[in-house]
Design a protein around this ligand. Structure first.
Ligand SMILES: [Zn+2]
Length: 493
């Protein structure tokens, strides 16, 4: 990456200004999309970083006159923005990328994802997590909420947190829990192998993992019942209690498919989110993945509680699950963040794609091109993502905030010309346009490399282990080069 020296403000007598102060890094001359309180965009701005914090941001010449950086990176033709939060991912599913498509959520789980989870061993999971975390770092993702549910023994869960930290990201491993079997789980055919522990034991194992990752850990552990709709109610109560006790969020899949609230209503006489609200379990610590199928009462309750929702438009489209009620949830007060739902349900962890698909899905569903703007989805991916994940002092490029930053190349043919940086970032840029990712001032990706990670060796290990997993789980038929359409409803293709 080209280097340049800072230059003093022309016309300013040197003795009228305080001498420049030292700092670690200066990102110079970019379009800086701050997403700060005023939503300031500097068309030629610079960002100074020292330690784990942003120490200055503003017009390039002014910032450069104030600092004497140890390193300067020329960011002309680039954008700087806050790092993305992937609000719902499953890094352990990296080996599942590209197979298992063409089914709605319930058969997809039964035929593909549950067998995948059951056959994955700890070393597979760790290799897949490393692969997924590197992919995230390369895509400008600085915080991940990794809903990890296979395998969930404490040793593996803590090793997953370590692996994410080794790549340099921050966030949480949301430990997926099943607990006591429910009638809904029986009716849905969830495999026994996913039910290794009863409710009390699951909560105790999660408590141990949470205690092992103290409040200062860059990656913490959150309690995460696998699914609100078919999970044990005491497991949910216990998860919320643990989150409140340890001062963290809790996480779960919530009303992803249309059948989820209906089967819950049939079993319990109440819809799942209404039950959460009535039990006083819904507050700002709740982070609900999907929330596609909420009724008006549930939407109002999530908003009134200031709870978080992770919207996963690529996954929702891949599995044909439905379109989340974006505007009603945001207007009610919900913290809406964006997620990829991992590499298996959509192919990649690319927040640029997620932002764009959010816009497109909402516009198709509402037939209103003005209801959701590119500014809204960029806020959700950055500023609101940090709020959702409970990362303080992040999600905006402003002095004093954590230096979680992304530098994006805007000079490519597919992005030029850039009339508005926000529009270019949401509609035209892709994960491959990221040239640098910083987390807490540390470079975790730059110009094709994640420092300290041997990506070639990691890729080779992932391919080898994934091939063995495909064989063990009997997924061979899913890997045929061309799948011919089966006869369906008397029609042929
Ligand atoms: Zn998910």
């Amino acid at each position: 990456m080209p280097e340049q020296s800072p230059h003093p403000l022309p016309g300013s007598p040197a003795d009228s200004q305080p001498p420049p102060r030292p700092c670690a890094l200066l990102l110079s001359g970019a379009q800086v999309v701050t997403v700060d309180d005023e939503r300031t965009v500097y068309t030629s701005g610079s960002v100074a970083v020292d330690g784990d914090r942003i120490v200055d941001v503003g017009p390039a010449r002014e910032v450069e006159a104030r600092w004497r950086p140890r390193r300067t990176v020329d960011c002309r033709g680039r954008a700087i923005l806050p790092g993305f939060t992937d609000a719902h991912t499953h890094l352990f599913q990296s080996f599942a990328r590209g197979i298992g498509d063409g089914e709605p959520i319930r058969p997809w789980l039964n035929h593909f994802m549950w067998p995948y989870a059951v056959h994955l061993d700890a070393e597979d999971a760790l290799t897949a997590v490393r692969l997924g975390a590197v992919e995230a770092a390369r895509a400008g993702i600085t915080t991940v909420v990794d809903h990890h549910y296979a395998p969930t023994d404490p040793e593996t869960v803590l090793a997953v947190a370590d692996a994410i930290e080794e790549v340099g990201l921050r966030g949480a491993v949301a430990r997926g829990m099943t607990g006591d079997r429910t009638k809904i789980a029986d009716a849905r055919g969830l495999p026994d192998a996913l039910y290794r522990h009863g409710t009390a034991e699951e909560l105790e194992l999660t408590r141990q993992c949470m205690a092992a990752r103290g409040p200062d850990a860059r990656v913490r552990v959150w309690p995460a019942p696998l699914n609100l709709s078919y999970g044990d109610r005491d497991l949910v109560r216990g998860a919320v209690a643990l989150a409140r006790e340890h001062g963290v969020r809790w996480h779960t899949h919530c009303s992803e498919g249309a059948g989820d609230p209906l089967s819950y209503l049939e079993a319990h006489g109440v819809r799942p989110v209404t039950w959460l609200a009535r039990e006083d379990l819904l507050d700002a610590r709740a982070t609900l993945a999907h929330a596609v199928w909420l009724d008006e009462e549930e939407t109002a309750a999530v908003g009134a509680a200031g709870a978080g929702v992770a919207h996963n438009p690529c996954s929702n489209a891949y599995l044909a699950s439905g379109t989340m009620p974006w505007l009603p949830l945001r207007e009610a007060g919900t913290v809406v963040a964006l997620g990829t739902d991992g590499p298996s349900a959509g192919g990649r962890q690319d927040m640029f794609e997620v932002m764009k698909q959010t816009l497109f899905a909402q516009r198709l569903a509402s037939l209103d091109p003005a209801g959701v703007r590119c500014e809204d989805v960029l806020e959700a991916a950055t500023r609101d993502g940090a709020r959702y994940a409970g990362v303080r002092d992040a999600g905006a490029v402003r002095p004093g905030a954590l230096a979680d930053l992304v530098v994006v190349d805007l000079s490519g043919t597919a992005v030029q010309p850039v009339h508005r940086a926000v529009s270019a970032l949401v509609y035209a840029a892709r994960a491959g346009d990221v040239v640098m990712t910083l987390v807490g001032g540390r470079v975790v990706y730059e110009d094709g490399h994640c420092p300290g990670i041997d990506e070639e060796a990691l890729g080779a290990r992932a391919r080898e282990r994934a091939a063995r997993l495909v064989e063990r789980a009997g997924f061979g038929p899913l890997t045929v080069p061309w799948r011919h359409r089966e006869r369906r409803l008397g029609r042929t293709s």
